[in-house]
Structures are given as C-alpha cells and as structure tokens.
Design a protein around this ligand. Structure first.
Ligand SMILES: [Zn+2]
Length: 400
C-alpha cells in the first residue's frame, strides 16, 4: 500500500456533508484516509504536518450521476441549440453529427479530456452511459471512478429482437441499461432490468413533452422520427400513460432504478417514485439548454425521493460542472436549501452508488481525496450558499 504522510488540513470552514459546517475546522488524514474531523482547537495537538488553507472551505468530493463521456466529441452541438423543447430536433442533429465524425481516436481523446475536466471540477465518481463497449475502458488510470453502462436501444419488431440477441452475447461483467422507454421496447427493458438485478439501473425518463406525447398516443414528432429511422412504429403498443407509470407497469421501478431527468412527471407519478423507492437524477443544466422544462424538484424532495445530480453530455450541456448544475438548480428552485442541493451533488450520489463509506462526506474512514474550495464566506450559512450558487466562479484544488 502506498504510504501517505499524516496531514492536518486546516480551513476557516469544513463542510462534512452530514452535519453542521465546522468553523475553523480541521481534517486529519493518514494513508489516504480521513482519521478525524472537527474544530482545529480539538485537533491542533495531534502529530501531523499542518496544511493551512486560508480563505478556503474543505468539502467532500462530488459525484456526477449522469454523463455520456462518449459524446464529448459532439460538444459543438451544445452551442447550437434547437428550438426549445425540441428533443427530436436535437437527436436528429446528434445523429447527423455522429455520422459526420467517424474518427474513433479523436472521439476517445475528447472523452478523456472530458473526464479530466470532471476531475478538475472536483468530481470523484461518474455514472457514464455509452453505446460502445470499448467506452467502458475510458476511466482506466483516472482518479475519477467511472461506472460505465452500455446502453441498448430497440423499440419494437426487428430492432428490439436485435437488441435482445445482442444482449445475450454481452459479457456478464458489462453493466447494461436501456436508453429510454421511447427507444427501448418493453421486453428489452424488462430483460435489461432482470440482468441488472440488485444493482443500479439508470434510464432516461420523462425528459421531454414530446416523449410523453409518444407514450400516451403513439404519435407526434417522435413517431415521425422513428418512422424515418425505419422503425415500424405500429409494432409498438403505446402504453397510454406517462413514462414513470409505464415503467412501473413493466415492474422495473424499484430502489435500484435511477430515473434520469424526471421533468415531465405527474403528481401521482411522484407518489409512485416515492412508493417504489426509486431515485431521480436531475440534469438542470441539460434541461435548460434543451428547453424541455423544469423538473418538479420540490415535490420530489417533499416525498423523500433520493435526488442526485448529473451533467449529461457535452452535446446537451455547454459545461461539465456539478457546480454549474447546483447553480442552475438553485436558480430554478430558490426554495431548495443549499444543504439539500450540495448533498445532491455529493453524499446522495455516493449513497446511490453504494460508495458512501469512501466518498461523499467527510468522516473517519472515508478517502482523503477531498476538496479545498476558495470561498469568501464569513459564516457557516454563507458557505453552502456560496458553494451552490458560485458556478463558474468556483476555484478548487484536491487534497491528496
Ligand atoms: Zn443522458
């Protein structure tokens, strides 16, 4: 095991993530782990090298619960927004850009740069969705842990059959998931969920009004688009309900299901999410860019639904920063407390991934990969206010 010296990091404030902000705080670390956290007065006599972070706050590292590193090479798309809410228009642009940029080496370079960017922004773990098995190797050697999922699509007929056949041939150690209920058929979604068992199952859910229209009626611009792609949409029986209720009718909504976006959900679907224990990954930056609407976050929060944050890809978000996501979320929902929002970007995500014993909070036994964030706050309340609203003004360094 690599030996780390014993350090005492001192800062005007320490955000532990599971208790009040500690003023004139300190974190004692040894061999890559936190040994103790408390006030500097309590810890000052320990035998350790003191590192003083004046004008900073020490925080847990962040967790990004939804990204597509594989799409990073399409970052230009995020500068060219389609009509507000036109998800189908954006998908069309994405597919055209994909077809025009076939250089896999350049794509991989862009993915690596995006991952480096996430790390530079304080992100310690990311749930990454891709369409190529090789993309699961992107995280090798990076300090940001990449939890890769191979995403399958196939709505009906030969497309769904082909996806089911492909699924049967995928190595058991590759995590797989369904893209969305408008792009993966019921048999495929059920098969993927069964394969996932008691591990995380992320899916795009209720992102746009166009998606809900298709699920309710089988028509609309999504049906036109799928028809253009050669899908015989008549082979898909529209469930006639919203995306959350539909997934529940398939029996795939439980505490391991991570519903990504969750913008267009009815009140009764929020109750359903809560009853099943399903989590929601909010992507406020991507939602704003796409103009698809704002998720009913307060209602979800009031129902105790586990809420986490994701950046989504550079193709639908000009930034890959959880600080920006927190800022947009606070702007969209001024009533949310900064504590709750910071937890969505840190501890909640770690808990969802089952790595809360290592990251997401500052407590004895967790990793000493922590952040020192420059912060002008004068008191504990100002600290979380600053962290959740500063966005691009955040400047940080890693303690490790
Ligand atoms: Zn996505």
């Amino acid at each position: 095991m690599q030996e780390f010296p014993r350090y005492l990091y001192r800062a005007p404030f320490v955000v532990t993530g599971d208790g009040p902000v500690i003023a004139d705080g300190a974190v004692l670390t040894e061999n890559g782990l936190v040994v103790a956290v408390g006030s500097y007065a309590e810890l000052k006599d320990v035998d350790a090298q003191v590192e003083d972070y004046e004008d900073h706050v020490i925080t847990p590292s962040l967790v990004n619960c939804h990204a597509h590193l594989e799409l990073s090479y399409l970052a230009g798309l995020a500068g060219d927004c389609p009509a507000p809410g036109d998800m189908v228009g954006w998908i069309r642009g994405l597919l055209a850009a994909r077809a025009a940029h076939g250089d896999v080496a350049a794509q991989n370079d862009a993915s690596l740069l995006a991952l480096a960017r996430l790390y530079a922004g304080g992100c310690r773990a990311v749930v990454d969705i891709g369409n190529r098995v090789e993309s699961g190797l992107i995280g090798g050697g990076f300090k940001t842990e990449v939890l890769f999922f191979l995403e399958l699509l196939g709505l009906c007929g030969e497309f769904e059959e082909a996806a089911l056949t492909a699924l049967a041939g995928i190595d058991a150690d590759v995590r797989c998931t369904a893209h969305a209920s408008y792009s993966a058929g019921p048999a495929l979604i059920r098969a993927l969920k069964a394969r996932a068992g008691n591990s995380l199952f992320p899916m795009h859910v209720a992102e746009s009004a166009q998606e809900i229209e298709f699920l309710r009626t089988g028509g609309g611009v999504f049906a036109d688009f799928l028809g253009e792609r050669g899908v015989e949409v008549e082979g898909f029986t529209p469930p006639g309900m919203g995306a959350v209720r539909y997934l529940d009718s398939l029996g795939v909504l439980d505490k391991h299901t991570l519903c990504v976006h969750g913008v267009h959900v009815k009140d009764e679907e929020i109750f359903l999410l809560a009853a099943r224990g399903a989590a929601v990954c909010l992507c406020p930056g991507s939602n704003r860019f796409m103009g698809v609407g704002i998720a009913p976050v307060q209602k979800m929060f009031a129902q105790g639904i586990p809420l986490v944050l994701g950046t989504d890809s550079l193709a639908s978000n000009p930034h890959l920063s959880l600080w920006l996501e927190m800022q947009v979320l606070r702007e969209d929902h001024p009533d949310l407390s900064p504590e709750a929002v910071f937890a969505m970007a840190s501890g909640n995500g770690a808990r969802l991934l089952g790595i809360e014993g290592r990251i997401g909070t500052i407590a004895p036994g967790v990793s000493s990969s922590l952040l020192a964030v420059r912060c002008p706050a004068k008191n504990g309340a100002e600290v979380l206010e600053f962290l959740t609203t500063a966005g691009t003004d955040i400047s940080l360094e890693w303690l490790e």
